[in-house]
Design a protein around this ligand. Structure first.
Ligand SMILES: *Cc1c(COP(=O)(O)O)cnc(C)c1O
Length: 392
């Protein structure tokens, strides 16, 4: 089919919930994507932080094909080797104790919330169920995670929402210290992704961890976007020097297949016992086999390179001195670019995409989440499109 036929068919039969860019993607190689007519795009999006190994990465393709041929699904009523090994690898490399596998980020965050509320219920009974989350955060699209999300634009239409969430400003300990006895947990993104690529301050995160310990609040970290190598460590919390009570992950874990999960520490190991939490597709063996390739690939040397590439790309973009861009920020290959007054991020994204560079927006700025395997040559090709498209 041609791009136009595919766009038309989609518009006729797929629910109209997305403001899509007018590009049809057919296949990819490395950090390059191609439409059905063969037009090439440099990818600075990774399918929103998912395809960390890029496209056509041979060990990933081989592992997925082999596992699909062996066993595609069996449910959590039975044991499978890929999920067992993936859980072990995640725990060994983070210091967490156990994993619950799910399918998407919002669903993983529902797991964090259930874990925190049950932990508190078991110990203190009812009435201590409030979860504090941060202004400008994003935690998902379910009725509950919309409420966990600290942006009022998301708290509309779908009333009634789940009770028991309050939002406090980031990097300010005072409102947390003043919180009452109804609180059971604090939920944060260490680098706010959708909110504009805003890393939390180190000192604040340390103090927050201490406060949670003191008040017996669970420290819940949403690493759906920042996890799995994106920031140059396997998880961002490792760079903050904390061990959260529970961590959600999703996007990058299986290199393009739908998988997510919750990791929890020893204290939370037995909170969600048999019958309290479940999901049919969770721990799917094909996704888990893909996840094992991702984690094998993301060794220490690879993660160090992610940091270097992030610095290289930020320097390259700042050196262009484009009239529409201000400063860059972020960690590793999770990069935000300020958009100067008089320009809008969506228009900039439209123009870059039209000229062959896929980019994302976040908050009022631009967001870049290139595949972690991106090469210097591919980053240079992307920067050249920026210069041609946006230069004075
Ligand atoms: C993308 C994202 C989610 C939601 O994940 P889905 O897979 O879309 O449900 C939640 N939290 C953060 C930080 C995210 O970036």
């Amino acid at each position: 089919m041609t791009s136009q036929e595919i766009r038309d068919l989609t518009q006729q039969y797929v629910m109209n919930t997305y403001g899509r860019f007018p590009v049809v993607v057919d296949h990819g190689r490395g950090a390059r994507l191609y439409d059905p007519e063969g037009r090439e795009y440099i990818d600075f999006t990774s399918g929103i932080g998912v395809t960390d190994l890029g496209y056509g990465y041979q060990p990933w393709v081989d592992a997925v094909a082999a596992q699909a041929a062996r066993l595609g699904h069996v449910s959590n009523l039975f044991y499978t080797e890929p999920a067992a090994r993936l859980a072990e690898t995640l725990c060994r490399r983070t210091g967490e104790s156990c994993v619950f596998f799910a399918n998407g980020g919002g669903e993983a965050n529902e797991g964090l919330i259930k874990l925190a509320r049950k932990y508190s219920f078991d110990k203190y009974g009812r009435g201590r169920a409030t979860i504090l989350s941060l202004k400008n955060s994003f935690h998902g699209r379910t009725i509950t995670t919309l409420m966990a999300t600290g942006q009022d634009v998301f708290h509309n239409y779908f009333f009634p929402f789940t009770e028991g969430f309050r939002h406090v400003p980031a990097n300010d300990l005072a409102p947390l210290e003043a919180a009452g006895n109804d609180v059971c947990a604090v939920l944060v993104e260490l680098v706010q992704g959708e909110g504009g690529v805003l890393p939390l301050e180190r000192e604040y995160v340390k103090a927050l961890a201490e406060l949670c310990e003191k008040r017996d609040w669970l420290l819940l970290v949403d690493e759906v976007q920042s996890g799995v190598g994106r920031t140059g460590s396997l998880f961002a919390f490792q760079q903050y020097g904390i061990l959260p009570d529970a961590v959600s992950f999703a996007k990058g874990i299986a290199g393009g297949l739908p998988m997510s999960g919750v990791m929890a520490n020893e204290k939370c190991r037995n909170v969600l016992g048999p019958g309290t939490h479940a999901t049919t597709f969770g721990a799917n063996p094909v996704c888990a086999a893909a996840g094992l390739v991702v984690l094998e690939t993301l060794d220490d040397a690879f993660l160090a390179e992610v940091k270097e590439k992030g610095e290289y790309l930020r320097r390259s973009i700042e050196a262009l001195e484009l009239p529409c861009f201000g400063k860059t920020r972020g960690m590793g290959l999770m990069i935000g670019i300020e958009v100067k007054e008089g320009y809008t991020n969506r228009e900039i994204a439209d123009r870059l995409i039209e000229n062959g560079l896929l980019v994302l927006t976040a908050g009022p700025g631009m967001r870049l989440l290139p595949p972690l395997v991106i090469t210097r040559e591919e980053m240079d090709a992307g920067a050249a499109i920026m210069r041609r498209t946006l230069g004075a």
